[in-house]
Design a protein. Structure first.
Length: 185
């Protein structure tokens, strides 16, 4: 069983790609977007043409969270830094117990800016409502609840946007990722 976030993500990505190795579709696919480049694309094409993609390990950790730590005036939990700093990827669908979910990742450098804005908005809402700081990294399907990491403890929580957490679903990011089974959609 993987013991770090990086190892757990590597196992999840390997298992996700293995789902495509047994049929006529060797990789997941998405529509090519010339304005949204990514190392994940496995081919180039005209705008809107479906091409294969796959998660790709990031070579360098983006300084996103260093700037956020300064802006939020608090250290950011290492597990969420490792989570977002490990792979470039489109969302990966998975099953947790009996529920389906989508894990969010970063597609390219521009996507970091979108993530930064969303995290700051989420953090400001948490501060305004006097709730503990959390960082989202996924959502449930189809009811669109948020999967988040509680910054102070590293616990994984299930949240409804704008509300206090509904419940803890795992004691850590590694434990949570180890319980996931990737699926095809």
């Amino acid at each position: 069983m993987p013991t770090t976030v990086d190892q757990a993500l590597d196992r999840l990505v390997t298992d996700f790609l293995a789902l495509y190795a047994t049929d006529d579709t060797p990789m997941p696919s998405t529509q090519y977007d010339t304005d949204w480049p990514s190392d994940c694309y496995q081919a180039t094409a005209e705008e809107g043409i479906t091409v294969p993609w796959q998660p790709i390990k990031q070579k360098l950790q983006h300084p996103l969270f260093e700037g956020l730590e300064s802006a939020l005036e608090t250290p950011v939990h290492a597990d969420i830094k490792n989570y977002y700093g490990r792979y470039w990827s489109d969302p990966i669908p998975a099953r947790f117990r009996d529920d389906e979910l989508s894990l969010l990742f970063i597609w390219n450098d521009k996507d970091y800016e979108r993530l930064r804005a969303n995290i700051i908005g989420h953090a400001l809402n948490k501060k305004k409502t006097k709730q503990p700081l959390t960082f989202f990294f996924g959502c449930t399907e189809p009811d669109e609840l948020i999967l988040s990491l509680e910054n102070s403890s590293g616990k994984i929580l299930l949240e409804k946007p704008g509300r206090p957490p509904l419940r803890e679903i795992a004691p850590s990011m590694t434990d949570f990722l180890n319980q996931l089974t990737p699926i095809k959609r």
